[in-house]
Design a protein around this ligand. Structure first.
Ligand code: FAD
Length: 379
C-alpha cells in the first residue's frame, strides 16, 4: 500500500494548484457577484489538459489517470466553486460518457471544440418532476425514418448556455421499464431546443444552470450515444464516475474553508491573543483537518479503484457522501471561527459556505447515496 502520489501525479498536482491559485482564485469573488464564469481563464485551461480530463492520448487528450483527474477538480474547488462545478460537469458528465460510449465518428465530430475551451459540455438527466428517481423521466424520443424527435423538458442543467451539445436522457420505449431509455446527443442549435433563463441560485452563481425545453427537436440516428435501451444503465455508470469528481470538489471547497479559517485564526485577537491560541478554536481546526484528510483518502481510493478497472460504485458513493457532508461541517466551523466577519460578503468564507451547500444534493443526494451504500453492504 502506497499513500504517496507518484512523481508524475505530484507534478500534475503542482501545475493544477499553481494555475488555480494564480488564475482562478483571484476571480472567484467576481465570478460569484457577476454570476458569470471567467471564460478567458477557462480557455487557458485547455492547453494544460484541464478541459479533457478523461480523454486518452489516442483521442487527443492528456491521457491522465483517474486520480490525477480528481486532483485537478479538487484544486479547482479550492480556488473557485463555480468554475469547479462547470468544469467537473463538462469533464465528468459530458466528456466521460462520450469517451465511454461514443463512436469514433462522434468523438471526431464533438471532442475538438469541447477540449479547446470554445464550448463546455452538458448532461441533461433531471426533469421538473424527476431528479433522484430518474426512471420517472418523461422526456420522450420517438424514432422516425429520418431520426429521433424529442419532446419534454429538463431542469437544473449545468452549462447548456455555454455548450455545443447536451447529452440528453430520453424515454425511447414506454413498455421496456428501465430498459426503455436512451442517451441522445442534442446540438444546442437544433430548432425547437430552448434554453430558459438561468436559475437564481444560493451559491455556485457563476456556473450557469438552466431549464431546457424540447419542442419536437429532431436529431439524426447517428446522435444516439451508445446502445438504444441502455441509457439509464449508461447514466448510472456515468454518475458513479462523476461522484468521484464531486467528492474531489467537496474536498477542495472544504480545504478552502480551512485555509481561510487558519489564516483568520492566526490574525484575529481576542482577550489579548490570537484566537488560534484558544483551545476551543484549536479543537475545531483539528476536527476540520482530520475530516478533510479522511474525505481526501476516500476520494483518492475510489479514483484509484476506478483506475485499476476494479468495482468502485460503492466507494465512489461513500467518497461523495462523506466529502460533501465534511465540506458542510468544515464550512460551518470555518464560519464560526470568523465570527461576524464570516457572515460578511466581504470575506470569501460566506461564498464558500453557500457554494458547498449543493454538494449533498447534486449527482446523488446524501439520502440516495446512503441507499446505494446500504444495498451494497447488505449484499
Ligand atoms: C446547481 C445544480 C446543478 C445541477 N446540475 C445538473 C446537471 O448538470 N444535470 C442534471 O441532470 N441535473 C443537475 N442537477 C440536478 C440534481 O442532480 C438533482 O437536483 C438531484 O439529483 C436531486 O433531485 P431533485 O432535486 O429532484 O430532488 P428529489 O429527487 O425530488 O428529492 C427531494 C428529497 O427527497 C429525498 N429522496 C428522494 N427519493 C428518496 C428515497 N428513495 N429515499 C429517501 N429520500 C429520498 C432526496 O434525498 C431529497 O432530500 C443540478 C442541481 C443543481 C442545484
Amino acid at each position: 500500500m502506497d499513500f504517496q502520489l507518484n512523481a508524475e501525479q505530484r507534478m500534475w498536482q503542482e501545475t493544477a494548484h499553481n494555475f488555480c491559485q494564480t488564475e482562478l482564485k483571484p476571480r472567484a469573488a467576481q465570478t460569484d457577484t457577476e454570476a458569470r464564469l471567467p471564460l478567458d481563464v477557462i480557455k487557458k485551461m485547455a492547453p494544460l489538459g484541464l478541459l479533457a480530463l478523461p480523454v486518452p492520448e489516442a483521442e487527443g487528450g492528456p491521457g491522465l489517470d483517474v486520480l490525477s483527474a480528481a486532483i485537478a477538480i479538487e484544486e479547482m474547488g479550492r480556488a473557485c466553486g463555480s468554475t469547479a462545478l462547470s468544469v467537473a460537469a463538462h469533464n465528468g458528465l459530458c466528456l466521460s460518457p462520450l469517451i465511454a460510449f461514443g463512436t469514433a465518428e462522434q468523438k471526431a465530430k464533438y471532442l475538438p471544440a469541447l477540449m479547446s475551451g470554445e464550448r463546455l459540455g452538458a448532461l441533461a438527466l433531471t426533469e421538473p418532476g424527476a431528479g433522484s428517481d430518474l426512471a420517472g423521466a418523461q422526456t420522450t424520443a420517438t424514432l422516425e425514418d429520418d431520426g429521433w424527435i424529442i419532446n419534454g423538458s429538463k431542469a437544473w442543467i449545468t452549462n447548456p448556455s455555454l455548450s455545443s451539445i447536451v447529452i440528453t436522457l430520453c424515454r425511447t420505449d414506454r413498455d421496456a421499464g428501465t430498459h426503455g431509455f436512451s442517451l441522445l446527443i442534442v446540438e444546442t442549435d437544433r430548432p425547437g431546443f430552448l434554453i430558459n433563463p438561468p436559475e437564481k441560485k444560493m451559491g455556485l452563481k457563476g456556473s450557469p444552470t438552466h431549464m431546457l425545453t424540447f419542442d419536437s427537436v429532431r436529431v439524426p440516428h447517428e446522435n444516439l450515444l451508445g446502445e438504444a435501451g441502455r441509457g439509464l444503465q449508461q447514466t448510472l455508470a456515468t454518475l458513479d464516475g462523476g461522484r468521484i469528481g464531486i467528492g474531489a470538489m467537496a474536498v477542495g471547497l472544504a480545504q478552502a474553508a480551512l485555509d481561510e479559517a487558519l489564516s483568520y485564526a492566526k490574525e484575529r485577537q481576542t482577550f489579548g491573543r490570537p484566537i488560534a491560541q484558544h483551545q476551543a478554536i484549536q479543537h475545531m481546526l483539528a476536527d476540520m483537518s482530520t475530516e478533510i484528510e479522511a474525505a481526501r483518502l476516500l476520494v483518492y481510493r475510489a479514483a484509484w479503484l476506478k483506475n485499476q478497472g476494479q468495482p468502485f460504485s460503492k466507494e465512489a458513493a461513500m467518497a461523495k457522501l462523506f466529502a460533501s457532508e465534511t465540506a458542510e461541517r468544515v464550512a460551518f466551523k470555518a464560519l464560526q471561527i470568523h465570527g461576524s466577519y464570516g457572515y460578511s460578503a466581504e470575506f470569501p468564507l460566506e461564498r464558500i459556505y453557500r457554494d458547498q451547500r449543493l454538494l449533498t444534493i447534486g449527482e446523488g443526494t446524501s439520502e440516495i447515496l446512503r441507499t446505494v451504500i446500504a444495498r451494497r453492504v447488505l449484499e
